[in-house]
Write a protein of this length. Structure first.
Length: 269
């Protein structure tokens, strides 16, 4: 890896759709793509990520800079695209007593395989959303009980995510325009919420509270998927049977705004 970039520091590994391919991601700099890993001579390519937002481009005095895991994420889609997102805090001023923590997030996409159409060989922006303009689902007319005063303005009847700290964006593995974020009142709070944001419709899709046993300065949640090869080999084993039992149960979901709103309407009636 040092032969391609001496400051490459991988923080995430991706299983690429193409058979036997893997990618190592340095959120600050690039993606190192290995084609045909099981082969004798895999093809290696370095894919540069978009430059950091100016607000995130902090000079730490080190050539590799500070960790940007809390503002960036990369994933690989089954349709042959890399997806990338970065969030920033353009209004954050530590000298302002009001401490506006509003964020802005932009998503990009790029083809994994080079094609004749070079415009898709570069990172292309495919959606921007900011916390101040984030909407509730259009079908909801009442305030959901899962939105606490810290993240909902009951007088204005709109989201108040500018009052809380959001970080660690995580792209959904299955839905193109959905990103998850960890939201807290303060940095050192062990408790908070995971929110789901749709960057295309610019709406809050779901929210779920969480509680940590201790405080951590890293991503505490991760969406996961199993390779079909592992699943096929595991058929008939005790692990597969246990997984079947779990799949038969009602799956836990994010507490969606729609479901909470329906409960409130029932209480009123």
């Amino acid at each position: 890896m040092e032969a391609f970039d001496p400051f490459f520091f991988p923080t995430k590994v991706l299983r690429v759709v193409r058979g036997g391919s893997m990618a190592w991601v340095d959120f600050r700099n690039s993606i190192l793509l290995f084609d045909s890993v099981p082969g004798d001579s895999p093809e290696v390519s370095l894919i540069r990520l978009p430059p950091l937002m100016p607000i995130n481009n902090v000079d730490s005095g080190s050539p590799d800079g500070p960790c940007v895991d809390h503002v960036r994420d990369v994933t690989c889609r089954n349709d042959g695209w890399f997806k990338f997102i970065e969030m920033g805090f353009p209004h954050l001023d530590p000298n302002d007593a009001r401490l506006n923590r509003g964020w802005e997030a932009t998503m990009f996409k790029r083809r994994i395989i080079r094609s004749d159409d070079d415009c898709y060989w570069q990172w292309e922006p495919c959606g921007t959303v900011d916390s101040a303009s984030l909407l509730l689902p259009a079908a909801d007319s009442c305030v959901p009980d899962c939105l606490f005063p810290e993240i909902f303005d009951y007088e204005e009847r709109k989201l108040a995510l500018n009052n809380v700290l959001s970080s660690f964006p995580t792209l959904d593995l299955y839905r193109d325009d959905v990103v998850y974020m960890m939201t807290k009142i303060k940095d050192d709070d062990p408790d908070g919420w995971i929110i789901a944001v749709n960057t295309e419709s610019k709406r809050l899709e779901g929210i779920s509270p969480f509680s940590q046993e201790s405080y951590h300065l890293h991503r505490i949640y991760q969406q996961c998927d199993f390779s079909k090869h592992l699943i096929n080999k595991a058929l008939g084993t005790h692990l597969a049977k246990d997984m079947d039992k779990l799949m038969d149960q009602q799956p836990p979901e994010l507490a969606t705004v729609e479901r909470a709103a329906c409960r409130e309407e029932d209480d009123v009636s």
